[in-house]
Write a protein that binds this ligand. Sequence first.
Ligand SMILES: Cc1ncc(COP(=O)(O)O)c(C=O)c1O
Length: 385
Amino acid sequence: MHYLDAAATAPLRSAARNAMLKVLEGAPANASSVHTPGQLAKDVLRQARQQVATGLGARDAEVVFTSGGTEANNLLLKGVALAAPRGKHIVTSVVEHSSVRQTCAFLSKFAGFEITEIAVDAYGRVDEAAALAAIRDDTTLVSIGLANGEIGTVQSLERIGQAAQASGAVMHTDAVQAAAALPVDFGTGSWPGSFVDAMSVASHKFGGPQGAGALLLRSGIPLEPLIHGGGQESGQRSGTENIAALAGFGAAVATLMPQAGTRAQSLMTQRDTLVSRVLQEVPGAQLTGHPTERVPNHASFVVEGVSGESLLVDLDVAGIAASSGSACSAGKKDPSDVLLAMGYSPDLAVTALRFTFADPLEESAFQQLMDRVLQALASHTAPVR
Ligand SMILES: Cc1ncc(COP(=O)(O)O)c(C=O)c1O
């Protein structure tokens, strides 16, 4: 099977698997225990935190481990909103992941927050002028994702982040998709660290295990914890830590991030080849998302007159695992909200097709894969939904 669905979950890296096995085979103890096995577990946790922090340009104390990207987004949004340093207004966008949009809807329904969702253009880029104009004296939070999982578009957030920070609001970015494919750095002089106060990431996008992630949070940002208990993660997220998963997360980040820049270049070259071949050889295919400002491993299309689902089945039979967009809303056959927000008709929006690479391939393997993908697309003979 050729796996082209890394944006949903990247394949587990051997470094992550080995780090997890080492913990599991040694029978993980509780990192809060005083005895020697407990202290060994604490060392593993400390190392994982260091690896995630170093790989992402953060300080160790800025890493709050969570169960993944969804929880990191919930923790930041609800945690900052409950602390409500300035007022009950949040600025976000219409193309956020459901873990941001639904959390905002929850805060609106149960805590009286006013949510301003900024519109996007035909490439899925947030309207910067509208976002800047939306920030008010009572805006507590601005939360806009760095890259979109369905269409790959990378947002330009610098001016929005700076304006949010200048006004005293907390600037958060969901970097779950961006961090695994771009050299994302939370350092205060870096991209996007120079203009964000908080950033969400998920282990399984780096090739670590599922069920682990982190919220990177600048110290001093007021945050009410959502999970109360034993006070783990400096009181910000209680519960016995999943030592094996976090060891795998740390190992995946430590493997991937030092080569993030060169990897992005190679991924981009192969992705661009795929995009131009699909556009040339598949009748009715259109690229979705921005043509250049997009994550380097991400190619997404709509294919006029074709059923996205049946295309995926044909690809699967041909040994290619692709996706129709966001696996995080799997099972949904409705047209994508993101594509609708970009102005696509519902008929076109249900034809979404996405290929996302985990790693650059050897040239011969890549050529073989291209032929296979193009053949499967060309032989798809059920164009009418
Ligand atoms: C942009 C974005 N944010 C958040 C998530 C949720 O992350 P997790 O699956 O780790 O809960 C996803 C999942 O794909 C995503 O693409």
